[in-house]
Design a protein around this ligand. Structure first.
Ligand code: NDP
Length: 265
């Protein structure tokens, strides 16, 4: 099935690497206009070079923005509208996990983590809502995690914050439905990312090949499909939920955990 998104604009926070970058690529390939942001200018430049390698740069707008900074997000929203005139899809993807257990997580770390998980959704959603309300195909999609439903002790604060964030996303879905804005999320288990490459690079020289090592990690984590997900696999789910392909779906989640999810319902 070919999906033609000419005239559609997608905003992707954290679009400079991993899942966000793969999602930007998919929307561009479907003919959409795409706005991406991240905090680091070098990463923005690299992402721009990657995304425009095989096509004109007219469809892409890349700008620095910290999703936790209200003014920065307002500025990004304004510039995106100046550039493309409208917004149809917002992908709230920016973020990272915090590795810490209950015993060693400081009050400050708890606040930072709760701030990140709540305001990375709230700030962009509020800033882009007036424009989404004008779209006939408005969708907000959030990149979330399986740990929202299945907490892991080694990421205690991220697990708790993701659970609260998922509650917020479901509330937004109810409240924004009368405005014809759908709100959904994807729940990721583990997706290959720069973080795993860094952990591999830090291993001694006699380490196994990267792909073998990744498979070992997946098996050790008990992932039934015995591998990590790929950014492109998460991107396809975000694309589905962010486009009219899922026009009757709101307040829902797609699981991308390779079978790691154990909860029922
Ligand atoms: P990456 O580190 O590859 O990408 C994260 C992106 O978010 C980068 O573009 C980064 O750019 C940006 N970012 C981080 N903080 C901010 C901020 N405050 N403001 C704006 N941009 C920000 O990670 P992934 O692609 O793996 O992760 C994407 C999302 O998926 C994250 O929210 C992550 O927590 C979530 N996730 C990932 C899992 C995985 O296994 N990979 C598992 C579960 C959830 P910059 O640093 O330059 O700002």
């Amino acid at each position: 099935m070919n999906v033609d998104l000419s005239g559609h604009t997608a905003v992707i926070t954290g679009g400079t690497s991993g899942i966000g970058l793969a999602t930007a690529k998919l929307f561009l390939e479907a003919g959409a206009n795409v706005a991406i942001c991240g905090r680091d200018q070098d990463r923005l430049d690299n992402a721009t070079a990657t995304l425009t390698a095989n096509q004109s740069d007219d469809q892409l707008f890349a700008a620095p923005c910290d999703v936790l900074d209200k003014n920065s997000v307002a500025n990004f929203a304004e510039k995106t509208i100046d550039h493309f005139g409208s917004v149809d899809t917002l992908i709230n993807n920016a973020g990272q996990a915090r590795v810490s257990k209950y015993e060693d997580t400081s009050d400050e770390a708890w606040r930072e983590e709760l701030d990140l998980k709540f305001f990375s959704v709230l700030r962009p959603s509020k800033a882009f809502q007036p424009y989404l309300e004008k779209s006939d195909n408005a969708a907000i999609v959030c990149t979330s995690s399986l740990i929202a439903r299945q907490p892991e002790p080694h990421v205690v604060a991220t697990s708790a914050a993701r659970a609260g964030q998922l509650s917020l996303i479901h509330s937004m879905a109810r409240e924004l439905a009368p405005k014809d804005i759908r709100v959904n999320s994807i729940l990721i288990g583990v997706v290959e990312s720069a973080q795993w490459q860094r952990r591999y690079d830090a291993l001694p020289d006699n380490r196994p090949a990267y792909d073998d090592w990744l498979k070992e990690q997946a098996v050790a984590k008990g992932i039934p499909l015995e591998r990590f997900g790929k950014p492109e696999e998460a991107a396809r789910a975000l694309f589905f939920l962010g486009t009219p392909l899922s026009s009757y779906t709101t307040g829902s989640t797609i699981d991308l955990s390779g079978g790691l999810s154990r909860h029922v319902g």
